[in-house]
Unconditional design. Structure first.
Length: 361
């Protein structure tokens, strides 16, 4: 069993911990928290050993009645791999700690690419990360674009990609980002950081990205235009995307016209926290004119990097190849590219919960 420590038990960390616990070849060595808040309480209730980020904070946990196993330094020493799910910028500051203990580390997309040897996406760069000491799982938006562009590149080639990202203003729990009543170019400069980030996975991809931020908390939406290098048609593109386990092509009969219904559908299907681990592509939007492909997709910013973190653990531990790892991850999570493919009893618990920081988007 790979013993995995999770440093940071917030938006991403708690999801990663649950997903790791669901895996047949992994165990959660413990989770580290800065403060004794409600997430620390949940961690203990789920049976995760709880660690404080440093010794100076142990008194605050004791006063709150939370039993600590130790400090993060001890957690890193006891772990085979550490997933750093701390807020953007903190991961880079933690890198020395991981090197000190010779513990391979997985960082999140909020860190600069040079924090790690490899920018990781399971579909596009798994093999490059095998045996690496440090890996950076790219941000939620870059993860979604990588999943989409990998099969398109393999099947047709991509001459040029243009993406407009309509980004949620904040996660539901990020009350410090609101109230919001505006629509902002974010950034106003072109390209947004998403294109250069995508090039850390696809160095030869010619891509332009523009970003907007809107007063919403549910999901990001991408408007994608790709000039393919060879001829295609909408039906063949749709079939290609439907074959990808981490892409969910929404059929029109579901009548899902936005992120609100999509999240409710995921909740009704029994997904923990209503999470959408897949890219959600509106099937009716897939259009091909000449060699130009157009589509819309939704990206759940809190969830799509979760299976990538699990696969990154196996990659750095070098215990499985890409196909073996992604199959294990998806089987354990119940992820099959069809959120409601076999609609589960909404009262049933997802495997990721029953066995069981935020990246810069």
């Amino acid at each position: 069993m790979i013993q995995v420590g999770v440093n940071g038990y917030g938006t991403i960390g708690k999801r990663v911990a649950d997903a790791i616990r669901a895996q047949p070849d992994m165990a959660v060595a413990g989770v580290a928290k800065t403060s004794p808040n409600f997430e620390a309480k949940v961690a203990l209730e789920r049976g995760y050993p709880l660690y404080a980020v440093d010794g100076e904070r142990t008194d605050a946990f004791a006063e709150a009645g939370f039993d600590l196993t130790g400090t993060v330094d001890e957690l890193v020493a006891e772990s085979d791999v550490v997933v750093d799910a701390t807020p953007a910028g903190i991961g880079a500051a933690n890198a020395d700690l991981y090197r000190e203990h010779d513990t391979p580390a997985i960082f999140q997309g909020g860190e600069d690419p040079d924090v790690a040897e490899v920018s990781f996406n399971a579909r596009a760069s798994y093999e490059a990360a095998r045996g690496a000491d440090t890996v950076r799982v790219v941000s939620c938006n870059t993860t979604g674009l990588s999943r989409l562009f990998a099969p398109l590149t393999e099947e047709y080639g991509i001459e040029k990609a243009r993406v407009t990202l309509v980004r949620r203003g904040g996660d539901p729990g990020q009350t410090d980002r609101g109230p919001i009543n505006d629509t902002l170019p974010d950034p106003v400069e072109i390209p947004s950081h998403h294109g250069p980030d995508l090039n850390t996975v696809f160095p030869d991809l010619d891509v332009d990205t523009m970003g907007m931020k809107v007063p919403a908390t549910l999901m990001h939406t991408h408007s994608v235009n790709v000039t393919l290098a060879s001829e295609a048609d909408a039906e063949s593109v749709r079939a290609l995307l439907e074959a990808e386990s981490r892409l969910f092509v929404l059929p029109p009969e579901l009548d899902i016209d936005g992120a609100g219904k999509l999240k409710e559908f995921a909740q009704d299907a029994g997904r923990p926290r209503g999470d959408c681990w897949e890219n959600c592509v509106w099937g009716d939007s897939i259009t091909v004119e000449g060699r130009d492909l157009y589509l819309f997709q939704a990206i759940h910013q809190e969830a799509d990097v979760v299976p990538e973190n699990v696969d990154a653990v196996r990659a750095v531990a070098d215990t499985a190849d890409r196909e073996e790892s992604t199959t294990l991850t998806e089987d354990a999570l119940g992820l099959d590219g069809r959120i409601g493919g076999s609609l589960r009893d909404p009262t049933a618990r997802s495997p990721a919960v029953a066995d069981g920081g935020r990246d810069d988007d």
